[in-house]
Write a protein that binds this ligand. Structure first.
Ligand SMILES: Cc1cc2nc3c(=O)[nH]c(=O)nc-3n(C[C@H](O)[C@H](O)[C@H](O)COP(=O)(O)OP(=O)(O)OC[C@H]3O[C@@H](n4cnc5c(N)ncnc54)[C@H](O)[C@@H]3O)c2cc1C
Length: 575
């Protein structure tokens, strides 16, 4: 356990972790479990970073939960898949390190800590046609967690993202979300929702926050519980501003705290896990296409501190990735107080009866493909000089069934969102187009052509419903194609979406042990990078949901084991 600072404001530990998202906390828990004295420095008054706002899915192929669920796959399949999808950006050493450690990481946490998981046995990889693609079982999610288990730490836990909760209540993809979507259709779903909501209201009254943590918030809650159990020194409002070096090795950092500057000596080094640079305007301007229209979903403190600290010690940022960020289409939500929220369009794009169009009214992609691909297609399709934007177009009936952005499905009212102008409505397609600023004739042509085939469940233009991933996102009750239905009876609705991101992919170049590399490719002693501070092992591609948190958890685990000098897996037990 680290000691209190001496009178000169100096503190010692074995490992200093900068940032308290998935990567930082994974490193901290792993290192502490292996006997190191660990300090976590978090610059915000709350722990959790973007991880706390996330869906919480962790891509970790061949994980023990899949094995226990009876999903047996060829052990080489995930590697084959990544080799195919990552193409030129496939970094063999790093990918192999990830694939070897990811299932062990899951096993380590579930055996030794409060981090328990549920399996995603039905969640397929994004590119079902690629060799080695998984059809389920490669992802896990932290099991729901009751925040009472955090005792006083709950006061230092980030609140969830407003747009992805229902009145502050986190909802988990899968059966939980399914119940919310079917609340008016099934008594069982109604009971589930009623139970959850009643508990939530009681939590709000008693604790002023939701206490039934799910998704990324459950992951952060469980990691924090584990870190506290292992004696990790968890510090908030402690911003790392400078690295301390001795003879070329990184041996700590200076933290800016409310009590002044604190010099932390870290005998085994420092892990940079400060959440990448989605909120660093300068680096974004240099690396993002169409940055002016970009609206990131990442938490505001991700301002690129980790990258700058790494560079100050000789590290460098890998700019060769296929994309600099993990794209997601976003709509802007006007609130009564004048603020503007950001809603991630993850779910409804894949349902039958919605299309995405550009200002000329044309479709430009298979809307049911991954979120990253939707934005990448939009960036490609919009002519230079024009605003990068598209509109998701559907009927009112579609919106009542599946929701449209933050306008939730029935029984919640849509009128408030029409009044703010978030949802545009028209009795005819042409009227809707006028209201959105889309070419009316272009949109009429597109909808007519789409409907001709959609009545038969076909989408010859873009092949909606042609992959397992598409069909997973669709609605099995719609036949013959769960992803395609015509857009016929008005009124018609639309919402505008612009490019956004879950966070950045570009980051510090690291090796298979998560060590930050210098310009010559040599590891900088004592300096590790994990999570979005390291260049993504996925090379700027998006092969599956969970490919941010999977590597973040895994390379945090790898960095900590390296710092602790651990090579075997025996003492961690079998997963
Ligand atoms: C809505 C949404 C849904 C998502 N869903 C998923 C999903 O299901 N699966 C998936 O894989 N990915 C998902 N993502 C992406 C994923 O959440 C991020 O990639 C991931 O959380 C990044 O983790 P991290 O540990 O690198 O950084 P973070 O979680 O952002 O943590 C970094 C921390 O470092 C702190 N910090 C910054 N600078 C300093 C400093 N100088 N000193 C001290 N502390 C500092 C920050 O305050 C922050 O708390 C989602 C993202 C969003 C927004």
């Amino acid at each position: 356990m680290p000691t209190e600072p001496n009178s000169a404001g100096h503190l010692e530990c074995d490992l200093l972790v900068i940032g308290s998202g998935a990567a930082g906390l994974s490193a901290a828990v792993t290192a502490a479990w292996h006997g190191l004295a660990v300090i976590v420095a978090e610059k915000e008054p709350v722990f959790g970073g973007t991880t706390a706002w996330s869906g919480g899915w962790i891509w970790a192929p061949l994980n023990p939960l899949a094995r226990r669920a009876g999903i047996i796959e060829d052990p080489d399949a995930p590697r084959t898949y990544l080799r195919h999808v990552l193409g030129n950006n496939f970094d063999e050493a790093k990918v192999d390190a990830f694939l070897e450690a990811a299932p062990r990481m899951v096993g380590f946490f579930e055996k030794n800590t409060a981090v328990q998981f549920e399996g995603g046995s039905k969640i397929p990889d994004t590119y079902g046609d690629a060799p080695g693609a998984g059809t389920g079982g490669r992802s896990v999610i932290a099991a729901p967690f009751d925040a009472r288990g955090l005792a006083k730490l709950v006061g230092r836990l980030r609140h969830p993202m407003r747009e992805t909760t229902f009145m502050g209540m986190t909802i988990q993809a899968g059966p939980d979300l399914g119940a919310f979507m079917n609340v008016t259709r099934s008594p069982r779903a109604f009971l589930h929702v009623a139970r959850r909501f009643t508990r939530h209201l009681a939590d709000l009254a008693l604790h002023r926050r939701g206490m039934q943590l799910r998704n990324g918030l459950a992951l952060v809650g469980r990691l924090l519980r584990s870190a506290a159990d292992l004696g990790v020194d968890l510090r908030t409002s402690a911003r790392a501003i400078r690295l301390l070096q001795e003879g070329g090795a990184v041996r700590g950092a200076v933290l800016r705290t409310e009590a002044g500057e604190l010099h932390v000596q870290a005998r085994r080094g420092v892990v940079l896990a400060a959440g990448g640079f989605p909120h660093d305007p300068e680096r974004r301007q240099a690396m993002f296409p169409a940055d002016q229209q970009h609206r990131t979903l990442a938490a505001p403190p991700a301002t690129g501190d980790g990258l700058r600290l790494g560079e100050s010690a000789g590290g460098h940022v890998d700019a060769t990735l296929a994309a600099p960020a993990a794209w997601c289409p976003v709509s802007l939500v006007p609130y009564p107080d004048g603020s503007v929220g950001r809603f991630p369009h993850i779910i409804e794009r894949g349902k039958p009866g919605i299309i995405g169009v550009l200002a000329d009214g044309r479709r430009f992609c298979n809307e049911g493909n991954g979120y990253h691909d939707y934005v990448a297609a939009m960036l490609r399709a919009v002519p230079p000089g024009q605003e990068v934007a598209s509109w998701l177009v559907c009927t009112r009936a579609f919106q009542r069934r599946y929701g449209l952005g933050i306008a939730r499905p029935a029984p919640l009212p849509v009128a408030p969102h029409s009044r703010t102008g978030y949802i545009k409505a028209g009795r005819t397609i042409a009227e809707l187009a006028e209201k959105c600023g889309i070419d009316p004739a272009g949109l009429e042509r597109t909808v007519a052509a789409f409907n001709t085939h959609a009545r038969r469940g076909e989408d010859p233009e873009f092949g909606r419903g042609s992959t397992v991933y598409n069909r997973y996102q669709g609605d099995p009750a719609v036949k013959p194609n769960p992803c395609v239905a015509p857009i016929e009876r008005g009124p018609f609705f639309a919402v505008k979406v612009v490019p956004g991101s879950f966070g950045t992919f570009a980051g510090l170049k690291t090796d298979a042990s998560a060590r930050v590399l210098d310009a010559a490719g040599a590891p900088i002693p004592g300096l590790y990078g994990a999570g979005t501070d390291m260049a993504s092992v996925m090379g700027g591609r998006y092969p599956a949901g969970g490919i941010n948190l999977g590597p973040a958890m895994t390379f945090g685990y790898i960095a900590a084991r390296h710092a602790a000098g651990v090579t075997g897996y025996e003492e961690e037990g079998r997963g």
